[in-house]
Design a protein around this ligand. Structure first.
Ligand code: HEC
Length: 178
């Protein structure tokens, strides 16, 4: 008995890691670089992360009518889901009309948001050129670009949205007032 008393702490010490391994839920496995690149699709306001491709509003209209109109309405004027164009009043009215054209500060967000989540019932079905085209169509419907303007990884980040300077960059403010 006294022997056991003497060795018990040592026994416990060595048995804990073994027990820990046995009761591990053993969930998942490390994601491969290829899996991570499929998942990690962030697009930054300056266009970093945009894939190569292109599209115009006229092709985008076809994509929109097929995949988006059922929820967002004719020419983006809204239906069961938000209006995406054709603001009926301005951002400074009460209440403000916050849509892409009046509110969103960066055009690249349209591409990013659509690619990761739209159409709501089948996200991911649009290819890169279709995404550029439908983005161009939404910008055109909001009166921000011409109908034949080509949107690609260079031109899309260069689009200046009407509300580009309507947000306060708190990080810059902090830099100015440390
Ligand atoms: C099945 C219905 C449905 C379809 C189809 C659909 N959407 Fe949407 N969409 C929604 C809903 C619902 C929301 C609001 C989601 C939220 O607020 O999280 C939304 C939100 C959006 C927004 C953000 C609007 C805002 O001002 O916040 C954009 C942009 C958008 N959709 C684009 C598209 C495009 C482009 C397509 C076609 C490729 C599409 N959607 C197809 C239902 C749909």
């Amino acid at each position: 008995m006294s022997m056991l008393k003497h060795f018990l702490p040592t026994l416990l010490f060595f048995s804990i890691p073994v027990v820990a391994i046995e009761v591990s839920p053993n969930l998942g496995k490390a994601a491969s670089d290829q899996q991570l690149s499929q998942w990690n699709k962030d697009i930054f306001p300056d266009g970093q992360g945009l894939p190569k491709g292109k599209g115009t509003a006229s092709y985008g209209k076809k994509i929109y009518n097929k995949h988006c109109l059922s929820c967002h309405g004719f020419e983006g004027t809204g239906s069961s889901a938000d209006e995406l164009a054709g603001a009926s009043h301005s951002l400074t009215d009460n209440p403000p009309d916050k849509i892409i054209g009046t509110y969103w500060p960066y055009a690249t967000t349209i591409f990013d948001f659509t690619r990761r989540s739209m159409p709501l019932n089948a996200p991911g079905i649009l290819n890169t050129n279709e995404l550029y085209a439908v983005t161009a169509y939404l910008l055109y419907l909001n009166g921000i670009i011409e109908e034949n303007a080509i949107m690609n990884e260079k031109t899309l980040p260069a689009v200046v949205m009407p509300n580009r300077h309507g947000f306060i960059n708190i990080y810059q403010q902090q830099d100015k007032n440390p």
